[in-house]
Design a protein around this ligand. Structure first.
Ligand code: BDR
Ligand code: CA
Length: 341
């Protein structure tokens, strides 16, 4: 081999090593994340899950919205989750007290009057961050590197919709929005066709959908396949820590209604699937589809129509997740809760 050829080979090896290192560093960097949420039993499980996973998820803030219960209660419950996770470093911003247009609805029948069934609640030591969640989203996303921040959307989409209406350019700061919401194949949970988060503010979901942001939906289609069982709750109880005990007590109370209503062997932990998806997407599968939200008054108000078979030949606008590895989910959740007190 000539001297020139040897030099070229060494150079190429150097370049390949550098790109492998860059890829490894990029992979190791935690994902910048804002969690928008309405806690809520399953929201609290999702928050504990995310806050226990700092290697992969850099939770920059929790933003709260009215949904399962009123805003003052969802904001208190988010601060409780932060306290239980020992993560008071994460700011909690309160956002929209009501949906864009529709009359507010709540889900105290499922989540209890305080929004947290099965456990006593108290006023957390640390208060809310100064300022409103909508302004926080505008400020943070407008200053962010292009496509750098992920939003875990665990409740009605009012905060992000209000931010996008005021400052549409913030879409550039968003890497993707991963939504717990919607239902296609087996119907809804608040009406025969609508899922709660979409029904609670369909106009907000439409604003987010039309912004062109990268969207992944984890609807009831998948969350109703990732169910608790006695063995799975025992697995969490066996952690023998406060976080595990809280999650078991919350879930034991929370899953009852769904188990009875649907005749399911266990109950879904909806919002926690979003965190599992961010940590280990290989646990889930779905496809790119065109999806529309119905915001017209009437029996299909809040329905998500996902064109799974591309019948209408419209461009795909969301990744629609329809199945997940239930035991993989509970193994991951247990391993992360084990890290908390
Ligand atoms: C969704 O609605 C809420 O009640 C839950 O917290 C979850 O986000 C499930 O339909
Ligand atoms: Ca929620």
């Amino acid at each position: 081999m000539s001297v020139v050829a040897k030099k070229a080979k060494r150079l190429l090896r150097g370049v390949l090593l550098m790109s492998a290192l860059t890829a490894a560093v990029a992979q190791a960097a935690p994902r910048d994340l804002i969690i928008d949420t309405d806690p809520g039993a399953d929201d609290v499980v999702a928050l504990l899950f995310a806050l226990a996973s700092p290697e992969e998820l850099k939770v920059r803030a929790i933003t709260t919205v009215a949904g399962n219960v009123r805003l003052d209660k969802t904001s208190r419950n988010a601060r409780l989750a932060r306290e239980w996770a020992g993560r008071e470093d994460v700011p909690v911003y309160a956002g929209a007290p009501k949906p864009l247009l529709r009359t507010p609805i709540y889900a105290a029948n499922i989540h209890g009057e305080e929004g947290l069934p099965g456990i006593p609640v108290h006023e957390p030591k640390k208060g809310l961050a100064q300022g409103n969640a909508v302004q926080y989203l505008i400020d943070t996303l407008s200053k962010a590197e292009p496509h750098s921040i992920t939003i875990a959307m665990l409740g009605p989409q009012t905060n992000l919709a209000l931010a996008l209406i005021q400052a549409p350019e913030i879409v550039n700061g968003i890497k993707e929005v991963v939504v717990m919401g919607g239902a296609h194949f087996n119907g809804g949970n608040i009406t025969p066709v609508a899922e709660f988060n979409l029904f609670a503010d369909p106009q907000a979901a439409e604003v987010v959908l039309k912004s062109g942001v990268k969207l992944t939906y984890l609807p009831l289609d998948v969350t109703h396949k990732v169910l608790t069982s006695e063995a799975r709750l025992k697995q969490i109880a066996a952690l023998n820590n406060n976080a595990g005990k809280l999650v078991v007590d919350i879930l034991n109370a929370y899953v009852k209604a769904d188990m009875e209503h649907y005749g399911l062997p266990g109950g879904p932990v909806h919002d926690a699937s979003v965190i599992a998806y961010l940590l280990k997407p290989e646990l889930f599968s779905g496809r790119q589809v065109n999806m529309v939200v119905d915001s017209r008054e009437g029996p299909t108000f809040g329905q998500t129509v996902a064109d799974w078979y591309n019948t209408l030949e419209q461009p795909a606008n969301v990744t629609w997740i329809d199945s997940g590895d239930a035991q993989g989910f509970f193994d991951l959740l247990s391993s992360r809760l084990a890290r908390l007190k």
